[in-house]
Design a protein around this ligand. Sequence first.
Ligand code: PLZ
Length: 451
Amino acid sequence: MSLGLDTPVSLGGPTLEQRRRLVTSIPGPRSEQLLARKAAAVAAGVGHTVPIEAVAAGGGVVVDADGNSLIDLGSGIAVTTLGNAHPKVVAAIAAQAAQFTHTCFMISPYEGYVAVAEALNRLTPGDFEKRSALFNSGAEAVENAVKIARKFTGRQAVVAFDHAYHGRTNLTMGLTAKSMPYKSGFGPFAAEIYRAPMSYPYRDGLTGAEAASRAISLMEKQIGADNLAAVIIEPIQGEGGFIVPADGFLPAIVDWCRANGVVFVADEVQSGFGRTGVMFASELFGIVPDLVATAKGIAGGMPLAGVTGRAEIMDAPHTGGLGGTYGGNPVACAAALAAIEAFETEGLLERALEIGTLLRSRLTELQASDPRIGDVRGHGAMMAMEFADPVTQAPDAALTAAVARAAIAEGVIVLTCGTYGNVIRFLPPLTISDELLHEGLDIVAAALAAN
Ligand code: PLZ
C-alpha cells in the first residue's frame, strides 16, 4: 500500500482490509455480550469510549468481534503511532519472549534495557551527556522525574500548569489539573505541588512572553525559586485540550529555570515519539529540557516508559534509589528497539508531517463553514479542534460529545479531550492511508453538520 511516500511503510495486522465496514450497529451483539460481562466483572471506575470488543487492529483500522472495521483516529491514546501490531514489533516481541520474559533488571541486567537507554539518550533533545531509567507507565516516569529532581536539587516544591495531565497515581493526580474524572474523591493529594497559569492563546490572548512572565511571577511570589525542585510541563498539552503554547512561552520558562537552578521536566508522554513530525515536541519550540518523560509511542503498544536527561541530574539518586520489579521489561524493550528502528528507516516523521498538513487543511476548511469551531491547533499527527459559542467563546462540551458519539456510531474512532470537554483530537496511527483519513474526516464533518 502506498501512503504517498518513497519509503514503504509496513502496515500492522497485514491481513486486515484497510477500509471502514459496518455490518451491525455499534455495538453489535457480540460486543454487547462482552460489555455485559465487563459490567459484571470489571470495576465501574474503568470506563470505555468505544463500545466494541476489539479483536484485531492494524494500519488504520480496528476490527471488532461482530466483523465491523472502524477507522482509527485515536491510536489507543497516541500509543500505536507506527501502526498496531507492526510486523517488526511483533517479530521482536516473539523472539524476545522465546528467549526470556523477565529477570528483573535490578537483579540480572540484560542488553535490551541498556540499548533502549542508549537510544533515548541519543534521540532526546540536548547535546550533552545523558542517562536514562526505564519504567512501566507514563505516570511512573513522571513520578520518577520528580524524585530525581528533588534529590538533585535538595528542594521540594514542584510546579505544574493549568490544564496539565500527568497521570492517575497519587503524586501525578496532584500534578494533574482536572478534577472530574481524574481526582474527584481521591484525595488527599501530595504536598508541595503548585499550579501556574498556562499559555492558552485561543483563550488568554497573551503573547508567549506575557504568559511566561505571569507564570514566573507566580513562581517567584508564591513559592520562591530557592524552594523549587522542578517545573513540569507538556510542551503540547494532551488531555487538557491539545493546547499549543504561544511562541516564546516555553523558552522563557526554560531560561528562568536554568537561571534559578530549577530542573525543567518535559512530559512528552503524549507529544513525543514522532507524533508531531519531530521526535519530541520540545524541538518545535527550540527548547532543551533537563529531563524528558516518555511512554506511549515508545514501544509499539507494549508498556514501557522512561526518564532521560542530563547525566549529573539523573545520577543524583543513590544506587538502589530508582527501580521497580518490571521497569524496562525485556519484551517491552525488544518492542521499543524495533519501534525505534521503524521510526528511523520507514520515513514515519515525514508521514506525521503529511498527516498534519492533511488534517490542518481539512479542519480549517471545516472551521470556515462552521463558526462553532473556535480553534484548530496542533502539530503533525496531533491535531485538534475546539468547539465554542461563536459569540461568547463559551465551551461547547455537549456538541463535542454529540459529534464524537455520532462518529463512533458510524465506525470512526475519535477521542475528545480538554479541561472543558470541548475538544475533538486526532491521533491517527502514521500507517493510516490518506483515503481512510479523508473518509474519517468526512464522517466527523457530517456528524457536525447534523448536530
Ligand atoms: N503524561 C502527557 O498524556 C497519559 C491518559 C488516559 P500513563 N494520557 C492518557 C487516562 O484517562 O488514563 C499521560 C499523558 C501525559 C502522563 C500520562 C500518564 O501515562 O501511561 O497512562 O500512566
